[in-house]
Design a protein around this ligand. Structure first.
Ligand code: 13P
Length: 252
């Protein structure tokens, strides 16, 4: 059975002090809720990964990285490898976030190599994708999402999918306050699950968690999460406040 997941992408926010404060606050939130088949993940910035991991130790909160390089080591100044993430005890990494695609030129081919490198290092992949506003306006959103999946992650063999979580994040809904309607999210998630069934089989499709991301807030989380193919959320802005993130965890 696929898990429900609430994941917080802290992006380039929070100093070490602020990160530890938030981690400690979240730890008490999580201790006071029953997590029924639900995972809670936070993804702080690289420099704070170790200290946030220490802060949440002993709780149900998992820690993920926001990105990684595709090589294990070498002359890549400023980069961080999957081997290094594994080396500090991490088990998950976000790949393909729209901000990486838009501002750092990460294309499908590069992401496919990062996907392989993550798996090689036994890291679970939280693979992000989603269409831009123009794609939706021109009714091209299913094509765009289909091709991001085909070119970025559908090269994996079916047994690798136990280490994959998908996150559908329509670019027009990220940080804009405008969210996909629960119906739009459900429609796209069902399309994605169908595509996985066609490409692989029913069991892979049924077992993969598909998260929605884009302006999820305490006020809209419950309705979005109530849709049958929405298995949780990847949260940006609202993950930066324990009260809001806690309310979203409770909503699931
Ligand atoms: P917001 O929740 O701030 O829209 O960000 C979503 C996101 O990009 C999570 O990865």
């Amino acid at each position: 059975m696929r898990s429900k997941i609430v994941a917080g992408n802290w992006k380039m926010n929070k100093t070490l002090k602020e990160s530890k404060e938030l981690a400690n606050e979240l730890k008490s939130v999580v201790e006071n809720v029953t997590l029924d088949n639900t995972r809670v993940i936070v993804a702080p910035t690289f420099v704070n990964l170790t200290r946030v991991s220490e802060a949440v130790e002993g709780s149900a909160i998992e820690v993920a990285a926001q990105n990684m390089h595709q090589a294990d080591s070498g002359a890549y100044t400023g980069e961080i490898s999957g081997e290094m993430l594994k080396g500090i005890g991490l088990n998950s990494v976000i790949l393909g976030h729209s901000e990486r695609r838009a501002y750092f030129g990460e294309d499908d081919a590069l992401l496919a190599s990062k996907v392989d490198a993550a798996l090689k290092n036994n890291l679970e992949i939280i693979f992000c994708f989603g269409e831009e506003l123009e794609d939706r306006k021109s009714d091209n959103h299913f094509n765009v999402v289909g091709s991001q999946l085909k070119n970025g992650i559908f090269h994996l063999p079916s047994d690798a999918w136990k280490n994959v979580v998908l996150a559908y994040e329509p670019v027009w809904a990220i940080g804009t306050g405008e969210t996909a309607s629960p119906e739009q999210a459900q429609e796209m998630h069902a399309f994605i699950r169908n595509l996985i069934e066609e490409t692989y089989n029913e069991s892979v499709a049924d077992n993969v968690s598909i998260l929605y991301g884009g302006s999820v807030k305490p006020g809209n989380a419950e309705e979005i999460f109530s849709k049958p193919d929405v298995d949780g959320g990847l949260i940006g802005g609202a993950a930066l406040k324990a009260e809001d993130f806690g309310a979203i965890i409770k909503a699931i």
